[in-house]
Write a protein that binds this ligand. Sequence first.
Ligand SMILES: Cc1ncc(COP(=O)(O)O)c(C=O)c1O
Length: 365
Amino acid sequence: MDVERVLDATAQLSTPVAVVDIDQARRNITVASQAARAAALALFPHVKSHKMLALAREQLAAGAAGLTCQTVGEAELMAALSPPEIMIPVPVAGRASIGRLARLAHRVRISTVVGDIGSARELDDAARRAGAEIGVFIELDTGYHRCGHSVTALKSLAGGLGRMSHLRLEGILTYEGHVYARRDGALQRARAAYEQIVAAADEIRAMGIKLERVSIGASAGRPVVRDHPRLTEARRGSAALGDLTQVEVSAMRESQCAYGVVATVIARPSRGGFVIDAGAKALSYTQSIEGNHYGRIVGAGGTYSIDRLADEQGMCDTVEDVPSIGARVLVLPTAHAASIDCFDTALLSSADGCRPVLVDARGAR
Ligand SMILES: Cc1ncc(COP(=O)(O)O)c(C=O)c1O
C-alpha cells in the first residue's frame, strides 16, 4: 500500500474513507492466481473479502475458475459477471433464501453446501421447481468448528445424496479458519487440515461414491498447498486485499496490504493518547489474533495501535508522540472484509489517479 499516495489522494475528502490501492490489489491477484496454477488448483476467489464487481472482474480475468460468495445476495450481484460458477461454501437455509438460490441456479452454475438430508431435500425440491440443477458439497470440520461435520456424519450424508434428482454431488470442502487462531503454527494447522480432508475424501470414495472436487479455503495456507496435490481447488478471500490478520500469521507483509481506512485525528485528551474519527462503524469490532488491538495506524510519523473503539471513534491510549489534531492517518484494519462492509463506496487509488467505486455487495444477504 502506497501510504503517501493514499493520503494525498484523500486530502480533500471527509473521513473516514475506505481505500483500495488497486495497483497492489492487482499484484496480489496475480500472485494468488500464479500460486494456484503452480499447485494445479482451480481458484475460486472469495468476493466477501472486497464485495466489488470491479475486483471480481479482475479476478476472473486473471483466470479464476469461478467466484465464491458467502451469501445468496452476494451471489445474485456477482451473477452479473456471468462467472463459470458461483460457489457458496456455507449452507443456505430458510424457504426464501433457498428459493432465491434455486432461481439463480437457472442463470448461473451454482454450488453450495448441504449439512443434512432434510436440507438437501428442501434444496432438491426448490431446484426442481426452478427447473435447475445445483451442485453440492459436504463439509468436513477440520478444526474451525463452524458448519463442518465428522467423517462419519459425512459418509451417511453422502450416501443419501445419491437419491436427489436435482442436486449433483460435487465434492467435499473444509474451511480451515482455525489457521488464524494463533500467530504461530498457521502452516502446520493448514497442512493438518489438508491431510484430513484428503483422507476423508478417500473414505467416502471407498463407499463407491464419486467425489471429484476437494476444496479448501484460508489464504494463509498458500505456501504449503503444493505439497498436497490431491486438493483440487482453493477459495481465497484475504489474499486479494490483505489485512493485519494475514500479516500476524506471516501470510503477507504489511506492504502487501491493499486496503486501509483514512481517518483524521480529532482529539488529544488530557489523559494522553489521541482519538481518530474511525471507530467500530468503519473498522468493525474485530480484534487482532491476540485480542490486544483493533488495527494499526500508519502514516502519522509513527505506528500506533488502536486500543479501544466507540461506534465512530478509535482510541490510541498508549502513545508517546501524539500526532496533531487534524493529522490524516491510514488505518490497517485487523479484518478488511468486515471493515469494507461498513462503507457504501471505496476509493480505488492507483499511480494513474483515483476514482470512487461502489462496494456493490455491501450488506447483501
Ligand atoms: C467458507 C470460506 N471459504 C473461504 C474463505 C476465505 O478465507 P481467507 O480469507 O482466509 O482466504 C472464508 C473466509 O471466511 C470462508 O468462510
